[in-house]
Design a protein around this ligand. Structure first.
Ligand code: SAM
Length: 241
């Protein structure tokens, strides 16, 4: 009985898939077929997350306990807002848990981010621009944050080496941002694409954080060069006059 029900459902869903794929280019067909089969896409729809990337942050946070109630979080490259949704829940930024301290979430993106209860978005803002840093300082309690998250990615050119270079440069700019807003002991989680300059980024992070580890969450596609650095225990550099 169960297997015949399953067969009927499979016939039905493959008929739907054929209909959905009609009139699409081969590349669009491949992308759509992958989306339709992806369990994280399905789960994000069921759990009202704005995109599947929510599960990467959930997995990392479940493992390392990065986001605690009452924490402040800066989410770099926030659109469409799935990581901010996770951060709002975990730091209690919407105040849904009256027993726990209320946190703060500020998201930044070049693009528009639809409003989210508990989060403040700096849309049409560039994370690498010092003018954005100044606005961030005003929004953060005590001008400091516990955590910087970055899932930022430049528009892919298709040239792997060039895309890698551009993302590494963006990640390096986060170290300057950390110097302005990250509190001592704080954490930075940033996405990069694997390539020749990864070692340089790791070394720069290790010079100001006590621990730096490489992560590849299950929700990150196996065929992607995407990885994350989780840098913890920030040591603010001492400025000599
Ligand atoms: C993969 S998406 C982020 C998805 C997001 N973590 C989520 O869960 O919804 C990458 C984002 O980085 C943003 N981005 C790229 N460069 C940026 C920059 N210099 N400043 C701000 N945002 C940037 C892009 O506009 C894009 O929305």
């Amino acid at each position: 009985m169960l297997s015949s029900r399953f067969q009927i459902r499979s016939i039905h869903s493959s008929a739907c898939l054929t209909k959905t794929l009609k009139g699409k280019t081969p590349a669009e067909q491949r992308w759509l077929a992958r989306q339709l089969k992806d369990p994280y896409v399905k789960a994000s729809r069921e759990q009202n997350f704005r995109c599947r990337s929510a599960f990467k942050l959930l997995e990392i946070d479940d493992r390392f306990g990065l986001l605690q109630p009452g924490h402040s979080v800066v989410d770099c490259g926030a659109a469409p807002g799935a990581w901010s949704q996770v951060a709002v829940q975990r730091v209690n930024a919407a105040g849904n848990d009256p027993e726990s301290p209320r946190g703060t979430v500020v998201g930044i993106d070049l693009l528009h981010v639809p409003p989210l209860d508990g989060a403040h978005f700096l849309c049409s803002h560039d994370v690498t621009d010092p003018a954005t840093h100044a606005k961030l300082l005003e929004l953060l309690p005590n001008n400091q944050t516990h955590v910087i998250l970055s899932d930022m990615a430049p528009n892919a050119s298709g040239l792997r080496h060039m895309d890698h270079e551009r993302l590494i440069t963006m990640c390096l700019s986060l170290i300057d941002l950390a110097e302005k807003i990250l509190q001592p002991g704080g954490s930075l989680l940033c996405k990069y694409w694997d390539g020749v300059r990864v070692h340089e980024l790791q070394q720069r992070l290790s010079s100001v954080f006590s621990s730096v580890r490489t992560l590849k969450p299950n929700a990150s596609r196996k065929d992607s060069s995407e990885r994350y650095f989780l840098a913890r225990m920030y040591r603010k550099p001492v400025k000599w006059r």
